[in-house]
Write a protein that binds this ligand. Structure first.
Ligand SMILES: [Cu+2]
Length: 155
């Protein structure tokens, strides 16, 4: 039995070593998140909007599948589009972060729709949101709540 366990450990070490040498195709390389913030809303608000910049330093595009947080019942990815002069939100199932590029979640465009907050969020509070990427990679990000009068961009 001892011999058998030793063999298994050797096999696992080999497997881990070979994974370490993979060129990034198997595991999404580290995207990073910055300027992550949530727009403060009145206490009655059933949903808040979250914004951020995601950077991808890898040579392969990364696919964002969604996000989750213990503070919110559900998080969706939305894009605000203008239709007949009216702003309309369209749900996005996935968002691609291009190779060696970035994606901006910003007012008037992409945003995280943070649905049913379980607590009152005030300017200055921070909330942890975990981003989920295709391939199983999860990236936690710290979102700071900012006052609602943070300028919107209407073009
Ligand atoms: Cu939305």
């Amino acid at each position: 039995m001892k011999k058998c366990a030793g063999f298994l450990i050797a096999l696992m070490v080999l497997l881990v070593a070979s994974m370490g040498h993979a060129n990034g195709d198997l595991h999404p390389a580290g995207c990073s998140v910055d300027n992550a913030w949530i727009r403060e809303a009145p206490p009655v608000a059933r949903a808040l909007a979250g914004f951020m910049t995601i950077r991808n330093p890898a040579d392969t595009g990364q696919l964002l599948l969604g996000a989750e947080s213990v503070v919110f019942e559900k998080i969706e990815m939305h894009r605000t589009v203008m239709e007949d002069g009216l702003a309309k939100m369209v749900r996005q199932e996935t968002v691609e972060v291009p190779a060696n590029g970035r994606v901006e979640f910003a007012p008037g465009g992409l945003h995280l729709m943070l649905i049913n907050p379980g607590q009152r969020l005030k300017a200055g509070d921070t909330v942890r949101v975990t981003l989920k990427f295709k391939g199983g990679k999860r990236i936690p990000a710290e979102f700071t709540v900012r006052p609602a009068d943070t300028p919107k961009h209407h073009h």
